[in-house]
Design a protein around this ligand. Structure first.
Ligand SMILES: C[S@@+](CC[C@H](N)C(=O)[O-])C[C@H]1O[C@@H](n2cnc3c(N)ncnc32)[C@H](O)[C@@H]1O
Length: 486
């Protein structure tokens, strides 16, 4: 059985370089929706070649640029004929607008996804009404109109009102298979009141799958329709990790159970905080996840560790593994560098509120006693450039001001002797397990060689990312302090 893999990078590049033809049983993709909201991730594509990773975090605005023009020309010149013609048709009705830019990004990826899908495989494209009508035509072109299986409507309760339209409270999931004869396992839901009434009037037994059981208790339920009512992950939902586009595990369970079997290989090329990979793991499928941000990769590693502990085995490909690679990342993209280095210590990026969080790049929270709500905080400052002595002084100031347990400076350059001395004279945070330096310096080289923050080594619970429960699996971290198993 091949290993589970988490790839950091642009999925177009990863698909082309790493994923073999007809090797995947089921694909679920939940790309940015062209929703013009400021939570998705914008990235630059360069003519289908290895793309520059993060351009700017948490922005979802698609614009017709030189890059989208290059992607458009690439797909109409080199893509399959039907896809090329469809894209030219879109150009005629849309002109070179933002929607065409979005579709030019999606088209080559969908072509690659079709290539890697097995003959018995299925693909579920998650989108919303902003672009679903265009994406369905594009999917017809890529997969063949005869391979369309369902337009699944995921409904949820959403509050708010507009003076000129109904509340937008559904997403669309386009289900296509590669060919006829796709794997499909009928699923059941709790029967509605009207179905139960109808059952009551019929004789039990016979051919009717709803009705062939002697009693209602024995029946598996009513056959699952193509509209699914599942709550959003909002408010106090225990699944909530704080990733803005996180999807419910119930939704992924339906897709994965319905279109794959144990041991099958599931691919999520836009895997975000890893809902599809976590559910695939729970349902004993193999999986491949791809995401273009280190934020997502760090979250997924933490989620898997919390849900499955040492039972989950996977490799991560595409993260820096040497000082030179870390430097290249820092130079090309400081945002990604911060996310990656914070992920190494299990911390999350601090929200940048103007003024208040100055000097704080990341936070790591822990409990000395998991039963109490006594949350302790570690404040982290990341410096990838030239190291200045005032950084340490600033950190001390912030730790004092925030009454944090510990402050950590993560840096690329080696600190000078006076800086080490200053850190050493910062005092200690005293826990029931001993003394931990209040001010700590960790170089990237230290982190790459496995050194971690000195904080209470046992019984602590790193609660930086909210817990992610997976039914039937204990959430308690098996090994402490948190380190990902690779
Ligand atoms: C809508 S979110 C997916 C959310 C996910 N379904 C979940 O439950 O967490 C889309 C994700 O796609 C990623 N992404 C955007 N463009 C990408 C690309 N070209 N390659 C890989 N990942 C990409 C973003 O970083 C983001 O995490």
């Amino acid at each position: 059985m091949s290993k589970n893999i988490l790839y950091y990078g642009d999925n177009l590049d990863i698909l082309r370089r790493h994923i073999k033809d007809e090797s995947i049983d089921l694909i679920y993709l939940d790309p940015p929706f062209k929703s013009n909201q400021d939570y998705n991730i914008l990235f630059a594509e360069k003519n289908g070649s290895k793309s520059k990773a993060q351009v700017k975090a948490f922005e979802d605005t698609w614009e017709w640029t030189e890059e989208s023009a290059a992607a458009y020309h690439d797909i109409i010149e080199k893509g399959p004929e039907r896809v090329s013609k469809t894209m030219q048709g879109f150009d005629k009705i849309l002109d070179k607008n933002d929607m065409l830019a979005y579709l030019s990004m999606m088209a080559p990826r969908l072509v690659e996804l079709n290539r890697v899908l097995k003959a018995t495989g299925s693909i579920f494209l998650h989108c919303d009404p902003t672009a679903s009508h265009y994406l369905k035509i594009l999917m017809d072109a890529v997969m063949g109109p005869g391979n369309f299986r369902n337009e699944i409507i995921w409904t949820y309760r959403k509050f708010g009102r507009s003076g000129c339209y109904y509340p937008r409270s559904h997403d669309v999931i386009l289900f296509y298979s590669k060919e006829t004869g796709n794997k499909f396992n009928v699923q059941y839901v709790k029967p509605s009141e009207s179905t139960l009434k109808r059952w009551g009037t019929k004789k039990r037994g016979g051919k009717d799958p709803y009705n062939r059981y002697a009693t209602e208790e024995e029946s598996p339920g009513a056959i699952m329709p193509d509209y699914w009512d599942i709550n959003l992950i909002i408010g106090a939902n225990p699944q909530r990790l704080g990733y803005p586009t996180q999807k419910p595990e119930d939704l992924l369970e339906r897709i994965i159970k319905g279109s794959s079997n144990k041991g099958d290989l599931i691919l999520d090329p836009f895997c975000g905080c890893g809902t599809a990979v976590a559910v695939a793991e729970k349902l004993k499928r193999r999986w491949i996840g791809i995401d273009i941000t280190h934020l997502a990769i760090a979250l997924i590693k933490d989620r898997l560790q919390r849900a499955f502990g040492s039972k989950v085995s996977y490799s991560v490909i595409g993260e820096p593994v040497s000082l030179t690679e870390a430097k290249t990342l820092a130079e090309s993209d400081p945002y990604q560098f911060q996310w990656w280095s914070l992920g190494l210590v299990g911390a999350r990026k601090a929200e940048q509120k103007k003024g208040a969080d100055k000097g704080i790049d990341g936070r790591l929270l822990f409990h000395i006693d998991p039963k109490t709500r006594d949350t302790q905080e570690i404040i982290i400052s990341v410096k990838s450039g030239k190291l200045k002595p005032e950084y340490l002084r600033d950190l001390r100031g912030v730790v004092e001001r925030e009454q944090a347990a510990i402050g950590v400076l993560i840096c690329m350059e080696d600190p000078t002797k006076p800086m080490r001395h200053e850190a050493a004279t910062g005092g200690f945070y005293v826990s029931p397990w001993g003394k931990h330096p209040k001010i700590q310096i960790l170089t990237i080289e230290d982190l790459l060689s496995g050194k971690r923050i000195d904080y209470p080594p046992s019984q602590q619970v790193n609660i930086t990312y909210k817990k992610s429960p997976v039914a039937g699996v204990s959430l308690t971290p098996k090994k402490l302090p948190y380190r990902e198993e690779e």
